[in-house]
Write a protein that binds this ligand. Structure first.
Ligand SMILES: Nc1ncnc2c1ncn2[C@@H]1O[C@H](COP(=O)(O)OP(=O)(O)OP(=O)(O)O)[C@@H](O)[C@H]1O
Ligand SMILES: [Mg+2]
Length: 353
């Protein structure tokens, strides 16, 4: 198995080999920038076999969930695929990185989850690409974990919003990709995203402790598949923040590849300072510094991700509303997933805990 460092070096060497006239680092960077910036003149990415609703989750904080959602989203959109990014994290980082307003009062995902707004009413355009739309998150979402507890069909709210949105759009306007950026927890927001998605993309940081907590995420995905969303599974693992100077990064990458096999994208995202600077300018790294390694890696990762989607079979039926959850019956899966105490019916008809 080639190690990720080797792959990066080979890819750099390949750039030089095919374009020997670009023999200085600056010339190489300019050439890469031109490729990214003129994405529209290049071969578009292939459309997926069906609309892909992708939940980007890992309850570990700071592993690159938001960075990957935003940059994959921008890359897919720049290369011709209609993409909707849903910011489901009260921190609103994805909204910031896409330059979408998310001050209190802005129509946001909160209004679709807790209020009566449709997703169509809370979708905003982005400056990165006309193909890219974003549903922002405002700080109101911080209260949603609690407010959702008493809402009917609380685990299904996001799924229903997305299904209605897709159903009401004319086919030629429907997004090819819906990317949902999750918060770093396994609460009701992430549960909504797992119920809404068809596949999970897990970013894993090439650092020590990278795999810690992953077992719990995988167990939760299994629970959701068993009880709430039979269609969900882990579809993609993306290695992020790879630092080629450390042996540790290679060890983590090898361990992840041994464990997850082909689910792991061949492209690895290197640690690159331009990636971390871009959100400060309300931009993705593709628009902030298109020639940077961070930018080209995300384009390559998006290309690979898109190519893997081509073979997906079409959805069995057009999107329609999810069936209502049982009014009474077995303990709710939210209780199992979230570890809430499960109420058992008392003989007098009330609920004993
Ligand atoms: N490839 C990279 N190179 C350098 N910095 C990076 C890279 N990817 C992400 N970062 C930085 O690491 C930090 C965490 O990334 P990010 O916000 O995407 O993680 P997250 O998993 O969404 O975090 P949270 O769990 O808080 O939502 C950010 O400051 C981001 O700019
Ligand atoms: Mg985040």
């Amino acid at each position: 198995m080639t190690d990720p460092g080797e792959r990066l070096r080979t890819s750099l060497a390949a750039d030089v080999a095919v374009t020997p006239e670009f023999d200085s680092p600056i010339a190489m960077e300019a050439m890469r920038a031109t490729r990214v910036l003129h994405a529209a003149d290049q071969e578009p990415f292939p459309a997926p076999g069906r609309i892909r609703v992708v939940t980007i989750a890992n309850q570990k904080g700071g592993v690159g969930k938001t960075t990957s959602t935003v940059n994959l989203g921008v890359a897919l959109a720049m290369y011709g695929l209609r993409t909707l990014v849903i910011d489901l994290d009260p921190q609103g980082n994805a909204s910031t990185a896409l330059g979408v307003e998310h001050t209190v009062g802005t129509l946001s995902i909160y209004d679709a989850l807790i209020g009566d707004n449709t997703l169509a009413e809370v979708v905003h355009p982005t400056t990165a690409s006309p193909n890219l739309l974003c549903v922002p998150a405002t700080i109101d979402l911080a209260g949603a974990e609690i407010e959702l507890v008493s809402v009917v069909a609380r685990e299904h709210r996001l799924r229903r919003s997305i299904e209605t949105y897709l159903h009401e759009l004319p086919a030629e306007e429907r997004p090819h990709y819906v990317l949902i950026d999750c918060p770093p927890s396994l609460g009701l927001l992430t549960l909504n995203a797992l119920v809404a998605g068809d596949e999970v993309l897990i970013p894993i940081q090439c650092e020590y402790y990278a795999l810690e907590g992953l077992g719990q995420l995988l167990a939760n995905i299994d629970l959701v598949r068993a009880h709430l969303n039979p269609g969900i599974s882990v579809g993609t693992i993306l290695l992020t923040m790879y630092d080629g100077r450390t042996k540790l990064a290679d060890q983590v990458a090898d361990e992840v590849r041994n464990h997850f096999g082909d689910l792991v994208l061949g492209t690895v995202i290197p640690r690159n300072v331009r990636v971390s600077e871009a959100p400060g300018y309300g931009q993705s790294v593709l628009t902030y510094d298109p020639g940077s390694r961070g930018s080209t890696s995300y384009v390559e990762a998006a290309r690979e991700f898109a190519q893997r989607g081509v073979a997906l079979p079409p959805a069995p039926a057009p999107p329609k509303a999810a069936p209502p959850p049982p009014v009474a019956g077995p303990p709710s899966v939210a209780a199992l997933v979230l570890g809430e105490p499960v109420a058992t019916p008392s003989p007098r008809g009330g609920h004993a805990t």
